[in-house]
Design a protein around this ligand. Structure first.
Ligand SMILES: Cc1ncc(COP(=O)(O)O)c(C=O)c1O
Length: 399
């Protein structure tokens, strides 16, 4: 199987043949939104240029702004917490569950204050958080839940598709994701009011934009008295070229996700008998879509580097460490927030330092992320064999 196939080429050629004529421009983006909403079982899907601005737009649509606190997990890619700063709000980091490594429901409860206005749980490595529990807490405190599903396509939570279970959900089509258009993103929601705010915010606040994208007539647009903008908005609209590729990928999503799940399965089996590598726990009733297959190193006899070096020596590829925890990055340590540090200082003495999330601090340096983007089974099986050989090597020499 090829990751990019005939369908993607066909659609891109159609866009080019249309010549970006205004009558046809955005037709692929519009189809993508419609079919994405159907596939993810939601009323509305709004496409944007990437899976970072989607989070920003979702926060703005929820009315999050200056001085509001937004709870984010410590272990995630930086866009989750940076988007909070885009909205002039304050990121509050919650710890992770010791087994699933997704946001800890208990720590969310501890971190809630009267200023908490949103939570952004992340479906980490392809696994949903305990979203029912989070929605219940949110309901009790009038908090908006924006799920960051950049890494989770066709994951399931208690029988429901991930992306349909929060107030809004955000996806990324960046090159490393389950489906891609190089860059791209989507927000899903069932709420018509949020959907229209998302559309207007991501489309320069054009009054002509409705729940469906909406078109302005030539007479209107040429009229010097025409009033266009009903609110402040950013321009986060994707190109129809990206729409074309993403639509083809969406129509092929089942096979793209299956390939990753197969790679994860054989990699997991290869590490199964190993007592010192523990895979991410997928609770009963959850379906992990395995953006990556991740294990934790549970011994001090081997270092992270030792293991990676041996795996590579045996011919392995694609073994990544987990991202540094958000608040331990230099930008947080120094509060280099492009001026927003002054806003934050007005609301309290927020400190981003070691000790905030002890479970995540312990686990993050011990994670190995194995790639699952092998488009033919043999390539995945080869990596699994190498993993098995690496485990056997250390078992024989150290244990
Ligand atoms: C959890 C998470 N959130 C957000 C993003 C940002 O997406 P993008 O790169 O499309 O901006 C990514 C990936 O890049 C991600 O992994």
């Amino acid at each position: 199987m090829d990751r990019i196939g005939e369908l993607e080429r066909k659609y891109v050629n159609e866009v080019l043949a249309n010549g970006f004529a205004s009558a046809k421009n955005y037709s692929f983006v519009t189809r993508l939104e419609k079919e994405f909403a159907e596939k993810f079982n939601v009323n509305y899907a709004i496409a944007m240029v990437n899976g970072t601005v989607t989070l920003h737009a979702a926060l703005e649509a929820a009315g999050i702004g200056e001085g509001d606190e937004v709870i984010v997990p410590a272990l995630t890619m930086s866009s989750t917490n940076m988007s909070v700063l885009f909205a002039n709000a304050i990121p509050v980091f919650a710890d992770i569950d010791p087994n699933t490594w997704t946001i800890s429901v208990e720590d969310i409860k501890r971190k809630i204050t009267s200023r908490t206005k949103a939570i952004i749980p992340v479906s980490l490595y392809g696994l949903s958080s305990d979203i029912d529990a989070i929605m219940e807490i949110a309901g009790n405190h009038d908090i908006t839940v924006i799920e960051d599903d950049a890494q989770c396509f066709l994951g399931y939570y208690k029988g429901r598709i991930v992306g349909s279970t929060a107030h809004m959900s955000s996806f990324s089509f960046q090159a490393g994701k389950h489906m891609t258009s190089g860059e791209g993103g989507m927000v899903t929601t069932n709420d018509a009011d949020l959907a229209i705010k998302l559309r207007r915010f991501s489309g320069l606040g054009y009054g002509s934009i409705g729940l469906e994208k909406g078109r302005i007539s030539k007479d209107d647009i040429q009229n010097p008295d025409y009033e266009r903008h009903v609110m402040l908005g950013w321009n986060y609209r994707p190109s129809d070229l990206c729409g074309a590729v993403a639509l083809a990928q969406l129509q092929r999503l089942d096979e793209l996700v299956e390939a990753r799940k197969y790679a994860a399965k054989v990699l997991k089996e290869a590490a199964e008998e190993c007592k010192w590598l523990t895979p991410q726990m997928t609770p009963a009733n959850y379906e992990n879509s395995y953006w990556t297959m991740v294990v934790r190193l549970d011994t001090d006899k081997i270092t992270w580097q030792d293991f990676r070096n041996k795996f590579k020596e045996f011919g392995g590829d694609g073994i990544y460490g987990a991202w540094m925890l958000g608040y331990l990055e230099p930008m947080y340590r120094t509060q280099n927030f492009m001026g927003r540090e002054k806003i934050i200082a007005r609301y309290g003495d927020y400190r981003y330092e070691r000790g905030i999330c002890p479970v995540a601090e312990k686990i993050q340096p011990r994670l190995f992320q194995f790639k699952t983007n092998y488009w033919d089974r043999e390539a995945a099986e080869k990596q699994a064999e190498i993993l098995h050989k690496t485990v056997q090597f250390f078992n024989a020499s150290l244990f």
